[in-house]
Design a protein around this ligand. Structure first.
Ligand SMILES: *[C@@H]1O[C@H](CO)[C@@H](O)[C@H](O)[C@H]1NC(C)=O
Ligand SMILES: *[C@@H]1O[C@H](CO)[C@@H](O)[C@H](O)[C@H]1NC(C)=O
Ligand SMILES: *[C@@H]1O[C@H](CO)[C@@H](O)[C@H](O)[C@H]1NC(C)=O
Length: 312
């Protein structure tokens, strides 16, 4: 008697069964957009990208911001670099999670200005619209600073703040800065010693003889690794850094998760806390035992946080 099915047929049946399952398993995964801070290139997300791939994410966009390593006139090129993949994903019906380290979170805020209707709101449930993706959340990694908050912090909270590294580039803007742009200060007047401004409107991160960039950004990495990553740093465009923000995403329009690095030498925790205290600010906050560029020192933790936001 003939067997009911030959091994070949079985194999094909198995392939036909497995293939759509595999495709289905990844197709609902949101698009992830990863934005580095000032001075840094997208390679600082390499480990996080690998971790996300292992977790079956297949649409991951690490962004190289034009303001890092190029002389540009304003923040517009940075905003466009984030807005383009965001717009494409939403138009293709894909949900999106945006992740920004330091200044990268400021760029994300500006890029989200025109996408409020695509938010999964922090304050109310919004129905999934057919054919259009949703922004599931914004993850801000070690980003609490603006020229205004820096100024207030330096003047009033910690009088000898000059001795600490303050990462001006780590800014997400205060609400007041967008509502009253005239209150925003020039980056040069409030910059920490770490920042060195040269005559070509470039900002470098080697200005403090007492605190190297390796120490300011990567204090939890072994010395040879922190040296390696410091050697990869480039200059940041002053014009992009000094630009006034256009939009605040964290007052209820979008789900915003703030990740505090408890050992961040660039952004002190006390400063982060004054930032959350603004009237109208709405954040979820996660504390991690991490330094400023935690995508390098704590990639597994960062991946897990992104997975949580992506699954919610
Ligand atoms: C930096 O920004 C401030 C505040 O918006 C502005 O007054 C100043 O002219 C800017 N600096 C430069 C050099 O463009
Ligand atoms: C900028 O250039 C001028 C003239 O060459 C020089 O005097 C000044 O020290 C320079 N400033 C910086 C910050 O390099
Ligand atoms: C570096 O430390 C020395 C000694 O504590 C201090 O005098 C100097 O002002 C510091 N420099 C900066 C740029 O903070």
């Amino acid at each position: 008697m003939r067997p009911f099915q030959s091994p070949h047929v079985l194999l094909i049946a198995a392939v036909l069964w497995v293939l759509p399952t595999a495709v289905f398993a990844t197709s609902w995964k949101p698009t992830i957009i990863l934005v580095p801070g000032s001075f840094h290139r997208s390679i600082v997300y390499n480990e996080v990208v690998s971790g996300l791939r292992r977790a079956q994410f297949n649409r991951i966009y690490p962004i190289d911001l034009p303001s890092n390593g190029n002389d540009i006139h304003d923040r517009e090129p940075d905003i466009n670099a984030v807005r383009k993949p965001l717009e494409r994903a939403l138009a293709a019906g894909q949900d999106v999670v945006l992740v920004g380290n330091s200044y990268g979170a400021t760029v994300i805020g500006d890029a989200l200005k025109d996408f409020k209707s695509d938010a999964v709101s922090a304050t109310r449930d919004s129905k999934q619209t057919r054919g259009r993706g949703k922004v599931l959340g914004v993850v801000m990694v070690s980003s609490p600073c603006s020229s205004t908050s820096l100024f207030v912090w330096k003047k009033h909270i910690i009088p000898n703040a000059n001795r600490l590294a303050i990462q001006l580039a780590g800014f997400i803007p205060y609400i007041s800065e967008v509502e009253h742009p005239e209150t925003k200060l020039d980056a040069r007047t409030v910059a920490p010693p770490l920042f060195r401004f040269d005559n070509n409107s470039r900002v470098w991160s080697d200005g403090d003889p007492n605190l190297s960039a390796a120490q300011a950004f990567y204090n939890l990495l072994p010395p040879h690794e922190s040296q390696y990553w410091a050697s990869k740093l480039t200059f940041a465009s002053f014009n992009a850094m000094n630009a006034t923000a256009r939009y605040i995403p964290y007052t209820g329009d979008f789900n915003c998760l703030y990740v505090v690095g408890l050992q961040d030498k660039s952004i002190p925790v006390a400063w982060a806390q004054t930032f959350f205290g603004q009237p109208g600010a709405r954040f979820q906050v996660i504390n991690l035992d991490a330094d400023h560029v935690m995508m390098l020192s704590k990639p597994t933790e960062v991946v897990n946080i992104i997975r949580q936001v992506a699954g919610s």
